[in-house]
Design a protein around this ligand. Structure first.
Ligand code: PMP
Length: 326
């Protein structure tokens, strides 16, 4: 694993090669390992796709130096794209519905991006249309569109998965990851299924989210607090391939809140809600393998901790469950 001890010429070179750390509260016989993605310069897993998508799109000539990247995004993807855009000589414009985290919008602006707000009541669909309009008005602009761009999943196939594979000497039995776009899980699932076709693959979503509709299940749509994963509209997702998934596990907010506190207090892990949901599901899969209820080619489970709790302190993540739920 690269340790980044040598002098580097750009912050882009610090993206990826994040640490893989044992989750202590997992069975000794089937340990869970989590990739700590807050070690990236924009402090989330989305730095990987920001760099990867823009580099490939520049190589292909989809956009040229001095051009503009326009993306409808409320969160980590904007920050990841902004970090990469500036370093690659591109401008960045993000279309963000007003209700989304002010902190993340401040970071996008600090990174040199322009933020265009749209009315919250018009929703993400409106923001997507507005991003297209803005791109059409500009001379040389692209909309990467993380929910439909295969380069999103490819970034994880090419970077996240091989890094895990190398760290564990190829001994990966199960892959567990929460799905926002599904890019992380799809990229990792494809990589490890190519190496062992029986790699167990589990998607994670907040209870109340509708990813299980991909499996033909009926889901009661409800609001949830867990951030960065889940969907209320599976039709807007062109990346998620249910044939690559053995199971989709819904995790209730209450369990997520408790696990976030436990991970901090007991394991020194200041990670956010989607990481806690991943930990809960990954530990359940590990127990399933240990007890013989789940078949897997190796006795290890891997997951990702996508970002840090520090990004959500103002939302009360470490206060009582009732305060966090607001
Ligand atoms: N956790 C957090 C905090 C995120 O921002 C995201 C991206 N929306 C995810 C998990 C899910 O990643 P993916 O889009 O690759 O499914």
């Amino acid at each position: 694993m690269t340790t980044h001890r040598e002098p580097l010429s750009s912050v882009l070179e610090t993206i990826g090669e994040t640490p893989l750390v044992r989750v202590h509260d997992s069975p000794d016989a089937v340990p869970v390992y989590a990739k700590l993605e807050s070690f990236n310069p924009g402090a989330s897993i989305k730095d990987r796709i920001g760099k990867y998508m823009l580099e490939r799109m520049l190589e292909r000539g989809d956009v040229g130096p001095g051009g503009t990247v326009v993306e409808p995004t409320a969160g980590n993807t904007g920050i990841g794209l902004a970090v990469a855009a500036k370093q690659l000589g591109l401008n960045a414009v993000f279309v963000v519905p007003e209700r989304f985290s002010v902190e993340k919008q401040q970071l996008m602006r600090a990174l040199g991006a322009e933020v265009v707000n749209t009315p919250s009541e018009d929703g993400m669909g409106f923001a997507i249309d507005r991003a297209r309009e803005i791109a059409d008005e500009l001379d040389d602009a692209i909309v990467p569109q993380q929910f439909s761009n295969p380069l999103n999943a490819e970034a994880h196939y090419e970077t996240t998965a091989p890094e895990i594979d190398e760290a564990l000497g190829g001994e990966v039995g199960a892959v567990v990851a929460g799905c926002g776009t599904g890019g992380t899980l799809m990229g990792m699932a494809r990589y490890f299924r190519e190496r062992a076709a029986d790699t167990h693959v589990v998607a994670v979503e907040p209870a109340g989210s509708a990813y299980r509709e991909f499996l033909g299940e009926e889901v009661a749509h409800e609001e949830y607090k867990t951030e960065g994963i889940g969907t209320h509209d599976i039709d807007t997702n062109e990346l998620f391939d249910p044939s690559l998934v053995d199971d989709i596990r819904p995790i209730p907010d209450r369990e997520v809140h408790e696990e976030m506190g436990r991970l901090a207090a007991e394991e020194g892990q200041l990670v956010a809600s989607s990481a806690a949901a991943n930990a809960i599901a990954a530990k359940a899969v590990a127990r399933g393998i240990r007890d013989g209820a789940i078949d897997a080619p190796h006795d290890t489970v891997v997951t990702v901790f996508p970002d840090s709790s520090e990004r959500y302190l103002s939302k009360g993540v470490y206060r009582s469950f009732e305060e966090w739920e607001g």
